[in-house]
Design a protein around this ligand. Structure first.
Ligand code: V55
Ligand code: FE
Length: 484
């Protein structure tokens, strides 16, 4: 008998959904641009079974992958669980076997040593497969159209790392998928790797190195010449796991770092630049002009994750938790470990930044993100920690002009995704899509915006007959990439 805890992670707007389905030809309000031919995949955590522990958290749910197939103005929908090893073992048992988030000490003896991954963080098409990813485990391969799971991959026995990040980037110049991994030799190890996977799905390079301290390293940046890593003190250790504390805790006594590694090197010239304690969010983009290396990402004065609390017990500070898009710059020709500059790019709290990915790794002009506008009213039920992602924003980094669209008092918006109008469209010319979840009616729409006119609101809404659970990340793949 399924009985989910009555905690904010499993009730109210975060009530588990667990819906696998196929819907042909979704209802559409307005017109979906006919030239859009491709797929939008996204994923949310959705526990298959009630968790072993009442205090379990949202990030531990099994990956539920959604597919919106766009063709000729019509959109088909499909949703399937990522059939991870964990999902299959628990399916066979009929109940949860794996315990707390990233804590193997809490698992049933019957599953000791099994891969604990949930594939719940990001999904991206590369080399004919859908990569479904969770940063604590290997990359899971799925079929991009049927959503059948193939299983975990070690890239033909070539990849040494036990883990694979959830935020790879596709280098638009080489077509390689650029990724990284932390805890490559096991939990709590400082061992990391920079990884590239070629257009044929084979390992191109794996560069091993160590980070200054073990921490949650969630996202990274890639430039033409370098891979860029951010170290922030969401830390962990075995003592925390033995005490059954949340896996990560935030340590305000530790500094942050920006690491820069040559993509074609052997890590002998890896540099760690140092800055004050802060909380580091998702990466919008990174690029280098010569030896000057830039990474753009929301930075908060303090911890943004209340469920990974302060290690000294300091109370969560919601205002200090807000991140603001910031440019971190370092110079590889400098002899010191100091940053060259730290420049705030956006004055509104923001997260889930995206770009026109044809400009990934390069100097760029256009960004989109969710803005957390605290001055807007919210009329939905409380509890969901993402209820304030109420506004979609566009930023023109050349003029610093910001435009935005508020989704209304009943709604939250999920991570946006940019789609170019066509292969030759200039940077930023196209569409932005984002799920808009109505927490009162309990329906979601996939809203389509003109990317340069988000303030005018959606030009069409692709209507789902249900509300999507809060998700993490998703990506567009055009027909050419699907066929490759
Ligand atoms: C994040 C999400 C995760 C995770 C670690 O957003 C970090 C950050 C959905 O799971 O395991
Ligand atoms: Fe993420």
């Amino acid at each position: 008998m399924a009985h989910f805890p009555a905690t904010p992670s499993f009730s109210g707007t975060l009530r588990p959904s667990r819906i696998e389905c196929d819907i042909l030809d979704l209802e559409v309000e307005g017109d979906v641009p006919k030239q859009l031919d491709g797929t939008f995949h996204r994923v949310h955590p959705d526990p298959q079974f009630a968790p072993k522990y009442e205090d379990d958290q949202f990030f531990n749910g099994d990956g539920m992958v959604s597919l919106f197939r766009f063709r000729g103005g019509k959109v088909d929908f499909r949703q399937r669980y990522a059939r991870t090893d964990k999902w299959k073992l628990e399916r066979a048992a009929g109940h949860a076997l794996f315990g707390a988030y990233r804590n193997p000490l809490t698992d049933d003896d019957s599953v000791k040593g099994q891969i604990r991954g949930t594939a719940n963080t990001n999904v991206m098409v590369h080399a004919g497969k859908l990569y479904a990813m969770k940063e604590d485990s290997p990359c899971l391969l799925m079929d991009p159209l049927t959503l059948e799971t193939e299983g975990y991959t070690d890239f033909g026995g070539k990849l040494k790392s036990q883990t694979f990040c959830a935020h790879p980037k596709i280098d638009p110049v080489t077509g390689n998928l650029c990724a990284f991994a932390y805890g490559t030799k096991g939990l709590m190890t400082k061992d990391m790797a920079y990884i590239e996977i070629g257009l044929d799905g084979a390992l191109v390079r794996e560069i091993a190195f160590e980070n200054p301290y073990y921490c949650m390293m969630h996202d990274f940046g890639v430039t033409g010449d370098y891979a860029v890593f951010t170290v922030m003190p969401q830390i962990s250790n075995w003592e925390r796991l033995e005490k059954r504390l949340p896996f990560f805790g935030f340590d305000t006594s530790l500094p942050c770092y920006m690491g820069v590694l040559r993509r074609d090197g052997d890590a002998s010239d890896l540099r760690w630049f140092k800055t004050d304690n802060c909380f580091v969010g998702h990466v919008m983009n990174a690029f280098n002009d010569g030896t000057r290396v830039h990474i753009d990402l929301p930075i908060s004065a303090n911890n943004s994750f209340p469920f990974f609390p302060d290690v000294d017990g300091k109370p969560f500070d919601p205002v200090a938790s807000r991140g603001y898009l910031t440019r971190w710059t370092v110079d590889m020709s400098s002899n010191s470990d100091a940053f060259t500059s730290i420049e705030r790019l956006c004055e509104s709290p923001d997260e889930f930044p995206r770009i026109d990915e044809r400009y990934a790794t390069q100097a760029y002009r256009h960004g989109w993100m969710l803005i957390l506008d605290p001055d807007r009213p919210y009329e939905g039920p409380g509890g969901a920690f993402y209820a304030l992602t109420n506004t979609l924003g566009h930023i023109d980094l050349a003029t610093r002009r910001e435009t935005r669209w508020w989704a209304g008092p009943q709604c939250a918006i999920q991570e946006p995704c940019f789609i170019p109008r066509g292969p030759d469209a200039p940077e930023g010319d196209g569409y932005v899509i984002a799920l808009v979840d109505n927490h009162v009616t309990n329906y979601s729409d996939l809203a389509v915006f003109d990317a340069q006119r988000v303030d005018e609101g959606p030009i069409s809404r692709i209507r789902l007959p249900m509300r999507m659970r809060q998700g993490l990340h998703g990506n567009w793949a055009n027909a050419a990439r699907l066929a490759a």
